[in-house]
Design a protein around this ligand. Structure first.
Ligand code: ZN
Length: 389
């Protein structure tokens, strides 16, 4: 009797031990399913450039990204919210990912602005907007629901154009925020460091497509179709490949981090990007050809190098004491910022001499910028143009 009892107790505690053991063992989280969401589609073209529609760029990048993942990670299932030019409601896109219990949701879009100036790439995670600009991007993307048949019902009467409507996102609690931010940061890092795209940062805003997703999720604005150079890049096969490889590499990094994998693997059939000036280099020919055709009508072509030493969100006096007595201070406005430069150098070499002087004044972050007929271009482009003439 006594023996049996001990046995029973042992049995129970053994079971408890086993149970608690099972619970306490951390389940190695694996990235097994990725949903790739090409923005817009069908009767919703998204935004447009001079010759390019957002829906086409987004789909091309989405398919390339999915291809790279499938090829290199046979254990990862890739699902697309659309694989062709069809319309898919925003809420359905999140539903597809939730139904499949996906581990990651990647939504691909392009930006546009009423001005031709803004360019570069930014990645959003779901949250309440922190600036008017971020709100505008979400409003533009969410306006897709106005093309849905019963949007009032599907989004509880949400009006994408009303600023007040976005207040609901202040209540938004996301268990996956840290992972979403981690992936978004990797995406931006890839775009900046490997492809040389202008990094507009990781941001937050209330995107309906991300709202109900129950997994880490991001929405990437790959570039501005309203900007000539971004449009050239995004509409080219090479540019689409580059963005897709950047997303792929961010995915790989993220997967390794989540799964605790160390060591690198060799990528199969993923285009290699050899330097960080891919964006600059690949655009020169197409941009130059556009500029050359402009030149024929307007042969005046002035290339000037200047040294940029200060940037400010508010306008400053050109004789501000902040400028430490620098003569010949000029101002230009770009991407919502006032930028202060000095010099009108005809050669890159002389701009470097000026740069040294300005560094010595204490502007340690100063750098050389170039202008073609008053429009900012990269110094590399300017040097190339000078050589060509
Ligand atoms: Zn979009």
């Amino acid at each position: 009797m006594r023996v049996k009892r001990t046995f029973e107790i042992f049995g129970i505690s053994g079971l408890l031990l086993l149970t608690s053991f099972n619970i306490s063992v951390p389940q190695a989280h694996k990235i097994k399913r990725v949903v790739i969401d090409a923005g817009h589609g069908g009767h919703d073209p998204g935004c447009s450039g001079s010759k390019t529609k957002e829906k086409d760029v987004a789909l091309a990048i989405a398919l390339k990204l999915g291809g790279y993942i499938e090829k290199n990670f046979p254990d990862v299932k890739v699902t697309y919210t659309r694989k062709t030019d069809v319309f898919v409601e925003l809420f359905k896109r999140a539903q597809i990912a939730n139904d499949l219990k996906a581990d990651l949701f990647i939504s691909i879009h392009c930006n546009a602005s009423p001005s031709k100036n803004p360019y570069g790439t930014e990645t959003y995670v779901m949250g309440l907007y922190k600036s008017q600009a971020n709100l505008s991007v979400a409003q533009k993307e969410n306006a897709s629901i106005l093309m849905e048949d019963s949007y009032a019902k599907n989004y509880d009467g949400f009006d994408p154009n009303s600023t007040e409507a976005y207040i609901i996102f202040s209540l938004y609690q996301n268990a996956y925020m840290d992972q979403s931010l981690s992936f978004a940061t990797k995406v931006q890092k890839q775009m900046k460091e490997k492809i040389g795209l202008y990094d507009r940062g990781v941001k937050q805003a209330g995107f309906l497509v991300l709202w109900k997703t129950a997994m880490p999720s991001i929405l990437m604005e790959t570039g501005f179709l309203s900007n000539l150079k971004d449009e050239e890049f995004l509409s080219s096969t090479k540019g689409q490949e580059y963005i897709a490889t950047g997303l792929y590499r961010a995915f790989k990094e993220y997967k390794n981090e989540v799964e605790g994998n160390t060591g690198d693997t060799i990528d199969k059939d993923v285009p290699q990007i050899k330097d960080t000036t891919a964006y600059e280099l690949m655009n020169n020919d197409s941009i130059n050809s556009v500029k050359d055709s402009v030149k024929e009508i307007n042969p005046k072509k002035e290339i000037l190098f200047k040294v940029q030493f200060a940037t400010s969100s508010s306008k400053k006096s050109l004789t501000s004491p902040d400028f430490k007595g620098l003569k010949d201070v000029q101002e230009y406005f770009q991407n919502g910022l006032y930028k202060y430069v000095s010099g009108n150098e005809k050669t890159f070499e002389s701009s470097l001499l000026l740069l040294n002087k300005i560094h010595d004044l204490g502007f340690k972050d100063a750098f050389v910028v170039a202008f073609l007929n008053g429009e900012r271009i990269s110094p590399q482009e300017a040097v190339k143009l000078i050589k060509k003439n």
